[in-house]
Design a protein around this ligand. Structure first.
Ligand code: ZN
Length: 308
């Protein structure tokens, strides 16, 4: 088969890579991101060889000898156990991104809750999320396992390093196994914080200037972001979700979180905390001057005297 000459192969010994995968498997399991035998991890060994986790094994208790090797079409080349049934998802990402050597797929509960609610992830809330993750898409739902399911990531794979799979879970990818996993951990922590702050009654968005500083930092550190691309200069960086055009097709729409307040028009807008919808019901604001006046008038009427 044709191989991609741009793919960089690793110099690490196979035994070390197997240990790294088992270690990340333990972390995924211990975080509660993979119940039962959920989740799968892969690492590209060369142009046509990929190390991957087996099916029907808990990711928290894998031994290096449990791991399998497949080719870029998913045919098993080595390993006593059967390769993961979701390997086509991993291989599709690797074929689209020659810089990606590792893929991590699991079902972290908070991010998966957004996948089930089909709620887009609000931006411009936490600095680290802006720098490391950026905008996070939700893919179209498809029955897991086949190539049709794997193809659902194609529209997004070049513009993000972590994706939410509708009614399923997450997939993240990077140069190393640990980096590929990081994006999932950061995303799930973020989704949890969003849910907790919404329960407290409000989500405060960063200002335009604060967000711009983060995007500048991101550029300085060598991370790309579609919001920095040409043509996006005049866009509202928080409200103009770059994946918005895909929402209709994936059944995604805003319900739990309001859109961030528009940026630019009103310099005061950023100071205003943004009320979360619709679960938290804030008490109506009381105008004490009006209240005192009404009570005074009522008392005066009862006493038969004119109010001042
Ligand atoms: Zn899965």
């Amino acid at each position: 088969m044709a191989t991609n000459p741009a793919v960089k192969t690793t110099t690490k010994p196979l035994s070390k890579l197997k240990e790294e995968i088992c270690d990340i498997g333990r972390r995924i399991y211990n975080k509660g991101f993979a119940a039962g035998n959920d989740g799968n991890i892969s690492f590209r060994l060369g142009p046509n060889e990929v190390l991957c986790t087996p099916t029907m094994v808990s990711k928290g208790f894998m031994k290096p000898s449990d791991l399998c090797i497949v080719d870029m079409e998913g045919n098993q080349l080595a390993g006593e156990r059967k390769r993961s049934s979701e390997i086509l998802l991993h291989l599709t990402i690797m074929k689209e991104r020659s810089d990606v050597n590792s893929v991590v797929h699991c079902h972290p509960p908070h991010a998966t809750a957004f996948a089930v609610a089909r709620e887009p992830i609000p931006q411009c809330v936490l600095p680290e999320v802006e720098v490391f993750l950026g905008d996070i898409p939700i893919t179209k739902y498809e029955t897991p396992g086949g190539q049709k399911f794997a193809d659902t990531v194609k529209p997004y794979v070049k513009t993000a390093n972590v994706l939410i799979l509708a009614n399923h879970g997450t997939v993240s990818f990077g140069e190393t196994v640990e980096k590929a996993y990081w994006w999932t951990e950061i995303l799930d922590a973020y989704c949890r914080i969003l849910m907790l702050s919404r329960d407290l009654g409000r989500v405060t968005y960063l200002t335009k200037q604060e967000t711009k500083e983060l995007l500048d930092l991101k550029q300085k550190w060598g991370y790309s972001d579609p919001r920095l691309d040409k043509g996006m200069e005049n866009c509202d960086i928080c409200a103009n979700d770059v994946f918005r055009s895909s929402w209709g097709n994936a059944g995604v729409n805003r319900k739990a979180f309001d859109a961030p307040p528009p940026m630019g028009a009103d310099p005061q807008h950023a100071a205003a905390a943004h009320a979360a919808a619709p679960a938290a019901v804030a008490p109506p604001a009381i105008d004490y001057d009006v209240l005192v006046k009404a009570v005074t008038e009522q008392v005066c009427r009862e006493l038969g005297i004119g109010a001042a």
